[in-house]
Design a binder for this molecule. Structure first.
Ligand SMILES: Cc1cc2nc3c(=O)[nH]c(=O)nc-3n(C[C@H](O)[C@H](O)[C@H](O)COP(=O)(O)O)c2cc1C
Length: 167
């Protein structure tokens, strides 16, 4: 799959078959996240892999998308390490690039994933649940696995709608 094709064919996957994901693939997905660009190359991302059913159940209680977390064989909680940040906006932008890389890598491996952000309303509870210090700020939970359903459809505005000007 070419990069451009992967970008446009990636979809958010919220249903998974009951099949484990190889640990090597999970590590590949995290590695892809770490190849994102970051300001000053400060690489502020940190990850927690959650596969334990009891922990996933507790994690799922922190979002209305808990059903996705509970059904996903693997969840990766993605944090920014505030101790290495140098600029709020730029570090958060880097985290978005990291998470998008993870989604694209998941797709390239033939797996499916969804970026869960609604859970951020309970970021502190998630941090405590996972036993992490204050400096770790939750950015997203990526739920992933082997896709169950046919690829959902999605749409995007035409470039002509979002292009403000050409000078
Ligand atoms: C910052 C952010 C937060 C998101 N939060 C959620 C979420 O909490 N639950 C969910 O099901 N999808 C979530 N999504 C996925 C979007 O709903 C999805 O990307 C969008 O509808 C476009 O669909 P597509 O990814 O299949 O192209 C989130 C995406 C982003 C970028």
């Amino acid at each position: 799959m070419g990069l451009l094709e992967g970008i446009s064919t990636r979809r958010s996957i919220r249903e998974f078959v009951d099949q484990p994901v190889e640990r090597e693939q999970v590590l590949q997905i995290i590695k892809a996240g770490t190849w994102a660009p970051s300001g000053l190359n400060n690489q502020p991302w940190r990850f927690v892999i959650v596969q334990n059913a009891d922990v996933k159940k507790e994690l799922g209680k922190q979002t209305k998308y808990g059903f996705v977390i509970e059904r996903a064989p693997v969840c990766i909680a993605v944090f920014v390490d505030r101790t290495v940040m140098y600029n709020d906006v730029k570090d958060h932008q880097a985290m978005g690039a990291c998470i998008q890389n993870m989604l694209l890598a998941t797709h390239a491996l033939g797996l499916g994933a969804v970026w869960l952000g609604e859970i951020l309303k309970n970021a502190e509870a998630v941090r405590t649940l996972l036993g992490l210090p204050n400096e770790m700020e939750l950015m997203a939970v990526v739920a992933l696995g082997h896709p169950k359903t046919q690829k959902p459809s999605s749409n995007r505005k035409a470039v002509s709608e979002v292009l403000l000007k050409e000078l």
